[in-house]
Design a protein around this ligand. Structure first.
Ligand SMILES: Nc1nc2c(ncn2[C@@H]2O[C@H](COP(=O)(O)OP(=O)(O)OP(=O)(O)O)[C@@H](O)[C@H]2O)c(=O)[nH]1
Length: 399
């Protein structure tokens, strides 16, 4: 993977992203910060500009020039304050970048106008222009091309006014020009470096966000796969009941808890009678429908705490916690009757469904699940031999 700096190239002279979409994303991202910074910078600039009214009086005394100077300062300060308010509240940097640039042009013009109004203070004004130039580059963020244009406009305008109005000698004009070029160069490269660094940082952050997003999606995908796999392992595909393995896990826990609490526990083994005949007569698809119907019927005839699973082909198994064998017999009888009441007259005319159920209950603390299943199986076997369609309790449980 290439580093973000090469994937999102920057313009060499503006420091901005070459890709307009990326630049727009960056501007949207920095907008709240830029709004605040621009407003604060404007308020500070307005205060500094107003402060210099004190030196106006010192230089020109009570004169027409003072009136003009104060009027100009009032216009500039109030424009800056209004713009600071507008930028702070609604100055979408993304859509109205020109609004952020406007104060630069106003301040630059005002600084140029001071030369004809106060020509005797040229040396002080030179320092003012140098400071303003640095301020343009560093205090109004993310507008390198505009900051450069406004700074050059201010520098050249100031120099022109100094030559024409203050009539400075050519050697001084040249020194002034060199000073302004130097100031602009320092400001330009400082801001270019800042713009470049900020955008590189943004690109890195964005890259990190994308990777985090991909990671989150990957984790979600894996979790969903895990859930699917777990469901596949825990559920029987045809009936939706617990798979044999999952039933064994849950039943083992229930049995251990019952033995620990000294509570009763019973197990039912349910087998569909003459199921092969259904397959042979009406096909496997019909056989599947019958299995699903029996599974649904049994599931809905049990309590929430009971656990039912598909043990094998047409064999189901039920764990009944807190249930004595006599109660288990009543539950089994109810299941048998509900299955017998299922009607498949349209699909299997004249056929009545029946199940045989074997029951085993815990007799001592040493009995394990496999032993119980074996006892229930034997009871089931006895039921089949006894004529099917019946409930039989295992001999161990009865004794
Ligand atoms: N349709 C369908 N048939 C299955 C499925 N699993 C097992 N079987 C069939 O179930 C039948 C079980 O037959 P048997 O073991 O002879 O039992 P039975 O016909 O019910 O006879 P008894 O249990 O003695 O009453 C076999 O034909 C299996 O092929 C299944 O998922 N779907």
């Amino acid at each position: 993977m290439s580093p973000p700096a090469t994937r999102y190239p920057l313009h060499r002279l503006s420091g901005q992203f070459q890709d307009p979409g990326q630049e727009a994303a960056y501007r949207r991202d920095i907008e709240p910060r830029v709004r605040l910074e621009s407003s604060v910078a404007l308020i500070v600039a307005a205060l500094v500009f107003a402060m210099f009214a004190i030196s106006d009086y010192h230089f020109v005394g009570l004169s027409m020039a003072l009136t003009l100077l104060l009027t100009m300062r009032l216009v500039v300060v109030s424009s800056c304050l209004v713009l600071a308010y507008v930028l702070g509240r609604r100055g979408s940097y993304f859509r109205h970048a020109w609004l952020h640039a406007l104060p630069l042009w106003i301040l630059a013009t005002a600084i140029i106008l001071i030369v004809p109004l106060r020509p005797e203070s040229l040396s002080t004004q030179v320092s003012g222009v140098v400071v303003a130039t640095m301020g343009f580059y560093l205090l109004i963020p993310n507008l390198l091309p505009v900051a450069t244009a406004a700074s050059l406009y201010m520098g050249l305008g100031f120099l022109g006014a100094a030559v024409m109005v203050a009539e400075i000698p050519a050697a001084l004009a040249l020194r002034l020009l060199l000073l302004l070029v130097l100031t602009n160069a320092v400001g330009f490269f400082a801001l270019l470096r800042l713009e470049t660094l900020q955008r590189r940082q943004f690109a890195l952050l964005q890259e990190e966000r994308v990777q985090n997003q991909q990671l989150t999606e990957e984790i979600a995908h894996r979790k969903s796969l895990e859930a699917q796999l777990r469901s596949l392992a825990e559920r029987d595909g045809l009936t939706g009941l617990n798979s044999r393995g999952h039933f064994m896990e849950r039943a083992r826990e229930l049995l251990q808890r019952a033995q620990f609490d000294g509570a009763p526990f019973s197990l039912l083994m349910i087998d569909v009678d003459h199921f092969k005949a259904i397959n042979d007569t009406w096909g496997h698809r019909q056989g599947d429908s019958v299995l699903k119907a029996i599974a649904e019927t049994c599931k809905h005839s049990l309590r929430p705490q009971d656990v039912i699973g598909r043990f094998g082909g047409e064999e189901f198994i039920v764990a009944l916690p807190d249930t004595r064998p006599e109660e288990a017999r009543r539950v089994a009888e109810r299941l048998r009757q509900r299955v017998a009441a299922l009607s498949f007259d349209d699909d299997m005319p004249g056929h009545r469904l029946a199940v045989t159920i074997g029951i085993a209950g815990v007799v001592d603390e040493a009995t394990d699940l496999d032993a119980l299943i074996h006892q229930a199986d034997q009871a089931l076997y006895a039921g089949k031999h006894g004529g099917r369609n019946r409930v039989v309790v295992s001999q161990e449980t009865q004794s």
